[in-house]
Design a protein around this ligand. Structure first.
Ligand SMILES: [Zn+2]
Ligand SMILES: [Zn+2]
Length: 283
């Protein structure tokens, strides 16, 4: 499984010279296994993926975690959607109020966008999921609701024994005085347990988190706690606050880790990062 990161930022794109190392584009991660391409979220980072789109791919599956603008804002700027020969499936969470199609059309229609979703040349299929299990090519995918305002899922993607977990917007500490003690009752645990690589929300410092409890995001410290109980092999901190520069992010990680040692690798997700997760069955 090859993972390429096209956008790491949370909330709103934050391009600036101070953010060049970790990037200014919002959430987008490409997962490849042979000719199978799965795209996690369609933040502003998806535009560059479209520009660098590999030949030989005729089907794309875009898995949306939720409909907050930072996760869908790139959709209309992703050029493969304008290819009538491309088969495109857009997956996203069920809502009790409106269909996924209706919610996506709100953004992809005038006056917010000149082209309607239903007029895109690729004629995308819109597929609703919740607590779901499904296959895309050789990838086995599990989705599950996680703690974040509005219907929001995280994803667990498995290829053989290799596991990627993607939970970019997540506040597992919300409403749980026991976090992180009771792993079976912790939001997102079943998605992340034993993952080779976990991409997880780490938007805030502890001071920033306090007045923002309930906004749906984690402090770096809570991301480290979550990764610890989930027993992951590597944690990549994701969904960087737009105000956190490269230098600030490095300082924040040092502060969050302190003198503690963790039984897994920790990194700050950067636009352009590529990870090859070998399948132990075939390695
Ligand atoms: Zn977000
Ligand atoms: Zn969100």
């Amino acid at each position: 499984m090859k993972i390429t990161i096209w956008g790491t930022r949370g909330s709103i794109p934050a391009p600036s010279p101070e953010n060049n190392d970790f990037g200014g584009n919002t959430s987008c991660v490409e997962v490849r296994q042979g000719d199978t391409m799965v795209i996690l979220d369609a933040g502003s980072g998806i535009r560059r993926l479209g520009d660098a789109f590999p030949s030989g791919i005729s089907r794309i599956d875009i898995l949306l975690t939720h409909l907050h603008l930072d996760h869908i804002m790139g959709l209309g700027f992703f050029m493969p959607l304008y290819n009538p020969n491309m088969q495109v499936n857009i997956w996203g969470p069920t809502s009790t109020r409106e269909s996924l199609l209706t919610r996506l059309q709100r953004y992809l229609s005038p006056p917010l966008f000149p082209i309607r979703l239903q007029d895109l040349p690729c004629q995308p299929n819109i597929i609703e999921i919740n607590q779901s299990n499904f296959e895309i090519g050789p990838l086995h995918i599990t989705s599950s609701y996680v703690c974040h305002p509005g219907p929001t899922v995280g994803y667990r993607i498995e290829s053989g024994n290799t596991v990627l977990a993607y939970i970019p917007d997540h506040e597992p500490a919300l409403g749980s005085s026991h976090f992180p003690q009771e792993k079976d009752w912790t939001s997102g645990y079943e998605l992340a347990h034993g993952a080779d690589l976990l991409l997880h929300d780490a938007q805030y410092t502890p001071d920033e988190y306090q007045p923002r409890v309930g906004w749906g995001h984690s402090s770096m410290g809570d991301a480290l706690k979550f990764a610890t109980i989930a027993g992951v092999k590597k944690l990549l901190l994701f969904h960087h606050d737009p105000s956190h520069t490269d230098q600030r992010l490095r300082e924040l990680l040092q502060n969050a880790m302190g003198d503690e040692t963790f039984p897994f690798e920790v990194g700050i997700a950067a636009e352009g990062d590529v990870f090859d997760l070998p399948d132990p069955e075939t390695a």
